[in-house]
Design a protein around this ligand. Structure first.
Ligand SMILES: [Zn+2]
Length: 181
C-alpha cells in the first residue's frame, strides 16, 4: 500500500486571510457554545532559563548566590576586569583566575522596552511587561533584565530599581529588577 500523498495547502490558502473559525473548522462547536474559560496559566513553550547545577555549568556559583539573595559576578584577578555576565575566563586577558564578587543591588534604568503581544505560550498572562538595561550603581556594568513594579507605560529612563532574585518555579533561580521609586 502506497503512503498517502503529503497534503499541502494551496498557495491561496496560505496567502489568503484566515477565514472565520466557523468556516475553517466546521467540526468544532461554535465559540458561543463553549464554556467560558478564564485566561489560564499554560505550560511554558520554551525554556529561557539556563541549567544551574555544578555538573551543568561552571557558573553555578552565580545561581547559588542568587538563592542567598545575592547578585554576583566574576572579576579577573590579573587585571581587575569586572565581567557581566559572569565568565569562566577573562575576555580581556584570557586568564581563568577569577574571583566571585557581589554586585551593588541598586541601579537606574538606562533604557527599556515593553512586551505587549506575541508572548510565547506560558507567558500570556504576564503581558504586558517591561524589559530593559539597568546601569548598576557604582560599577561600570549595564545589565539586561525584566523590570517589575511600576507598569511599563509609566516607567521612565533613570527610574531607580533594585535587583531581585526569584525561583522560576522549578527550583532554578533567576534575577530581575523591581522599581523602588
Ligand atoms: Zn583579565
Amino acid at each position: 500500500m502506497s503512503p498517502e500523498p503529503r497534503r499541502r495547502p494551496a498557495p491561496s490558502a496560505v496567502l489568503a486571510p484566515r477565514p472565520a473559525e466557523s468556516e475553517a473548522r466546521p467540526a468544532e462547536p461554535a465559540p458561543e457554545a463553549r464554556p467560558a474559560r478564564p485566561l489560564e496559566k499554560k505550560p511554558f513553550l520554551l525554556d529561557f532559563f539556563p541549567l544551574e547545577t555544578p555538573d551543568q555549568t561552571r557558573l553555578h556559583r552565580f545561581y547559588e548566590r542568587l538563592r542567598e539573595g545575592r547578585v554576583s559576578t566574576t572579576r579577573c584577578l590579573r587585571d581587575g576586569e569586572l565581567h557581566w555576565p559572569p565568565r569562566t575566563a577573562c575576555p580581556r586577558c584570557r586568564s581563568e583566575e577569577l574571583e566571585w564578587v557581589d554586585l551593588p543591588e541598586t541601579g537606574h534604568v538606562y533604557a527599556f522596552s515593553a512586551v505587549l503581544a506575541g508572548a510565547p505560550l506560558g507567558m500570556e498572562t504576564e503581558v504586558p511587561f517591561a524589559v530593559g538595561l539597568v546601569d548598576l550603581d557604582g560599577v561600570p556594568l549595564r545589565v539586561f533584565g525584566r523590570i517589575e513594579g511600576r507598569p511599563w507605560n509609566s516607567l521612565r529612563v533613570g527610574e531607580p530599581v533594585r535587583f531581585e532574585s526569584y525561583d522560576i518555579g522549578d527550583g532554578r533561580m533567576f534575577y530581575r529588577f523591581r522599581t523602588t521609586g
